[in-house]
Design a protein around this ligand. Sequence first.
Ligand SMILES: Nc1ncnc2c1ncn2[C@@H]1O[C@H](COP(=O)(O)OP(=O)(O)OP(=O)(O)O)[C@@H](O)[C@H]1O
Ligand SMILES: [Mg+2]
Length: 321
Amino acid sequence: MSKMEYARELARESIIEIQSVSKTFRDFKALNDVSLNIEKGTIFGLLGPNGAGKSTLIHILSCQTRPSSGSVYISGLDVVSDKKDVLSIIGVVPQENSFYDELTVAENLRYFGSLYGVAVIDIKKRTHRILDMLQITEKKDSRASTLSGGMKTRLNIACALIHKPEVLILDEPSVGLDPVSRRALWDTIREVNSEGTTILITTHYMEEADLLSDRILIMHRGNIVVEGTPEDLKKTVGERIIQITCTPGNYSPITSQLEALEGVGSCEVNEERLKITLTDEQALEHVIETVEASGNHITNIESNRPSLENVFIHFAREEWH
Ligand SMILES: Nc1ncnc2c1ncn2[C@@H]1O[C@H](COP(=O)(O)OP(=O)(O)OP(=O)(O)O)[C@@H](O)[C@H]1O
Ligand SMILES: [Mg+2]
């Protein structure tokens, strides 16, 4: 077994290994000692506010920029010293379209296929398969410049898939897509994943991250804030989010009283309603007693499990100030 084969054998489980990666631009630290393993065959969601370092990390993973310190291995290959081999096993869908406007859809795929050294016969087969999966077969001979925005996104993805990559990296692929196209994109991502491709995706759409990702990482200012399954992350916020509407709705005197109750995480007044996070659902009974005892009459109670959006906002408030 060659050294490279051995390294790839070791990487069977964690296909992406990010070890203490920092990236500094002049004196600005865009990534600060980031370590992360991504398991083979999973869909991994990378989240964080603007400027968190998501694209910087993706640029490092896709060999477009080198880490200032630390190492990254993809399928056991070093993104710096084994760059050529890494590029042959990853597909990157950058935020800006990478295809050529003046070429047709099929010509673009032929171009990217040859760039990756895919045999002509395989390019033909894959083109057929990919266009079918992305539902743009009918645009095969159309010039890329004439495609609609959503179709351009699909072509951008198609170009990244032509060489059958082991890892597909997508940087905010759903920006500008209508709700139907967005769902079609999710189906495509799932389908590519079901064929064994590991997916790394960044997005600002929490619903999208929640629905697609096996695991999620939230970053902020180059640091990892939290990592886990969507369910794990939601548990960090609490069990339930309760919204209570009252008449007369005189809430200010009781918010701190409610916050002091066992099983209550936080309490705030939100659009003339009380918004209470319960860390223990049993606390609801005491919440109701406290509210009623204050002279407020409850007219409505809404109860929801935390969404990923709640998680994001929770960490935004807790950690980002
Ligand atoms: N080439 C560069 N030179 C200087 N600073 C840079 C460079 N590239 C990125 N940065 C800075 O690094 C930080 C992280 O940028 P990055 O593009 O990785 O953020 P992001 O998480 O992708 O944000 P967004 O959600 O807006 O796409 C930002 O403050 C950015 O200005
Ligand atoms: Mg970005």
